[in-house]
Design a protein around this ligand. Structure first.
Ligand SMILES: [Zn+2]
Length: 89
């Protein structure tokens, strides 16, 4: 049984929840590895980016640029809140 294959998956990195492009037969990333996320940043993962390794339960805010690019790529209607520029930065 195979669920609908998404092109991307969410990855905590650099204090935000970014999207990364799925690759076939890819192993899950580990702390210390670098990931290139959908919005173009290359980020080194740390323990706090993995819920199972966190000392405190951190909530990473979703990267709006990754969310916007994901929606655009998959043709998902964009939530109204995301069509405005990200003022949090
Ligand atoms: Zn991002």
């Amino acid at each position: 049984m195979q669920a609908h294959e998404r092109k991307f998956r969410w990855q905590n990195a650099g204090g935000r929840r970014h999207a990364t492009r799925r690759k076939p037969h890819e192993l899950p990333p580990r702390p210390g590895e670098q990931v290139t996320v959908l919005c173009g940043q290359t980020i080194t993962l740390i323990d706090d980016d993995f819920p199972e390794l966190q000392r405190n339960q951190l909530i990473h805010p979703t990267c709006r640029e990754c969310n916007r690019l994901w929606c655009a790529d998959e043709g998902i209607p964009l939530p109204a809140a995301l069509s405005k520029p990200d003022r949090a930065r």
